[in-house]
Ligand binder design. Structure first.
Ligand SMILES: Cc1ncc(COP(=O)(O)O)c(C=O)c1O
Length: 332
């Protein structure tokens, strides 16, 4: 970095990183991005908050979110938007319900729905495009983990199909580390000034040194190499998890596509999640439950969300053995 690089400028992100991301995302995600439309954020969370604030400032009242989904609802509610849960089925968000629920915008994870693990079908994507055009509104596409698909190439980002109606959000949290707090938005031109303004109201932009570092990592090809390496490690961990489940807990079924950094494990309906939770805490197993990710009352069978990004294959096997023992002790 030169001396000039240590100044306050480019609050919406250093050009060198915006250029690198425009090229990378166009290549691997099929997005249509000009570097001027990219805004560097401190992760998806900040990007989402900026978009929600900009939508609220434009008069949006109700935002449709996948149910179940990932999120902290409070930051969205604080922007003044009302959260409207839209059910998810095997094809993704139920786009057919958006009119009936009178939402002004939507937020979704089309490439790998969090937490169910389904991918939005081609038909649903077309339905969503129609809805966005008809309502002249915006979808926020959370593309949090699409770099990690293990069975085939990931579906292309929605933004590439509808660049004027989709705000694309990416993050370094899954590919590198959440501690970096780096993410990016690709913003339709008609919303860009509002997003820039919201970012200036929030802070003076993200740390510049990390931005230059990430740009260097991408343009030298090291990021691609890192992803190839991690993809094969995560695939091996996911395979170890599925093998261990088949042996130790054959009554469980793995839902969703082979992707991402978590597996969605459905247990038989008769199993008692309320009894299982304290037992898993007691034996030191930490995981997430699908039931915590619903807006309003949860529905469906007991379902566990198991992250495998940071544990070795042998830890996974031992962990699933312990999980099965805890389940036997409380549920069967
Ligand atoms: C669905 C989803 N979106 C986004 C994120 C990443 O958020 P951030 O970039 O703020 O770390 C996560 C992290 O767990 C996630 O699960």
């Amino acid at each position: 970095m030169s001396r000039a690089h240590f100044d306050y400028d480019e609050a919406h992100g250093r050009e060198v990183l915006r250029r690198a991301l425009a090229d990378y995302l166009g290549r691997v995600r099929g997005v249509l991005a000009d570097p001027t439309q990219i805004v560097i954020t401190s992760g998806f969370e900040q990007g989402r908050n900026l978009v929600c604030r900009a939508l609220a400032a434009r008069g949006a009242k109700r935002i449709g979110v996948e149910n179940p989904s990932y999120t902290d609802w409070d930051p969205i509610r604080r922007t003044g938007l009302e959260i409207v849960p839209i059910p998810v089925d095997g094809d993704g968000m139920r786009v057919d319900l958006l009119d009936k629920r009178q939402v002004s915008a939507v937020m979704l994870t089309p490439a790998h729905q969090f937490p169910t693990g389904v991918v939005m079908s081609g038909e649903r994507r077309v339905q969503l495009q129609d809805w966005l055009r008809r309502r002249e509104t915006i979808a926020l596409e959370d593309d949090y983990d699409s770099e990690f698909r293990y069975d085939r190439a990931p579906v292309r980002a929605l933004q590439g199909l509808e660049p004027e109606r989709v705000v694309y959000a990416g993050t370094a949290s899954k590919t590198l580390a959440p501690a970096l707090r780096l993410g990016w938005l690709i913003v339709p031109r008609h919303l860009l000034a509002e997003i820039h303004r919201e970012q200036l109201l929030s802070d003076m932009g993200c740390p510049r040194i990390e931005q230059h570092t990430l740009a260097e990592f991408i343009v030298t090809g090291e990021f691609d190499r890192h992803l190839r390496r991690m993809r094969s490690q995560y695939r091996a961990r996911r395979d170890a998890l599925l093998d261990a489940l088949a042996t130790e807990l054959p009554e469980a079924s793995v839902e969703g596509i082979a992707a991402g950094l978590h597996a969605t494990i459905r247990l038989p309906d008769r199993y008692d999640e309320k009894a299982l939770r304290p037992e898993l805490s007691r034996v030191g197993i930490s995981l997430w439950y699908m039931s915590d990710h619903f807006v309003g009352a949860p529905s469906g069978p007991p379902t566990l969300l198991i992250g495998y990004a940071r544990i070795s294959e042998s830890q996974i096997r031992a962990g699933i053995r312990a999980l099965a023992a805890a389940i036997r002790a409380t549920c069967s």
